[in-house]
Design a binder for this molecule. Structure first.
Ligand code: FES
Ligand code: FES
Length: 158
């Protein structure tokens, strides 16, 4: 079957198998940031946005993306790099395998929640697993990022 998808701002038509996963589809289009982890909806490594909302691409059929917008880390590179600097600054990026999925959810959370509390952050990111860190570094990085970005938005930076 053929689908039409806007992937990272570019409209494309592609042939897919009806059972093809969105994970395999985006990787087939060269979006290798999207990682295959558990494949059972438990780790968050395969997170992409479908019309701006995070979904697990390992449990979403590519056919569901027909006529919709799909965004991967490759489509939000500038913001991802900005947050990545906070992760590195807190020593929260070790092997980095989980980072793309985490970053997609942090950026979605930033759009969705205004000044989230620590509990809200933990709840939002509960589906993002990391084998390397104890999560405290990630949490510090997220809080610093949101605070400093919030300051920028409020014109308080500098
Ligand atoms: S690979 Fe999709 S949630 Fe783990
Ligand atoms: S940094 Fe290695 S899995 Fe998260």
């Amino acid at each position: 079957m053929e689908i039409t998808v806007t992937l990272n701002g570019k409209r494309l038509k592609a042939e897919i198998d009806p059972g093809e996963l969105l994970l395999d589809f985006v990787r087939r289009q060269g979006c290798y940031s999207v990682k295959r982890g558990c494949e059972t909806s438990n780790c968050g490594l395969c997170t992409v946005w479908l019309d701006g909302t995070p979904v697990l691409s390992c449990s979403t059929l590519a056919a569901r993306a027909d006529g919709r917008e799909v965004t991967t880390l490759e489509g939000v590179e500038k913001e991802a790099a900005a947050f990545g600097r906070y992760l590195a600054g807190e020593g929260a990026e070790q092997c980095g395998f989980c980072s793309p999925g985490l970053i997609m959810n942090v950026l979605a959370m930033e759009r969705e929640l205004s000044r989230p509390t620590e509990e809200e952050i933990k709840e939002y990111l509960a589906g993002n697993l990391c084998r390397c860190t104890g999560y405290m570094g990630q949490l510090r990085a997220i809080e610093r990022y949101l605070n400093e970005r919030g300051g920028e938005t409020d014109g308080e930076n500098g």
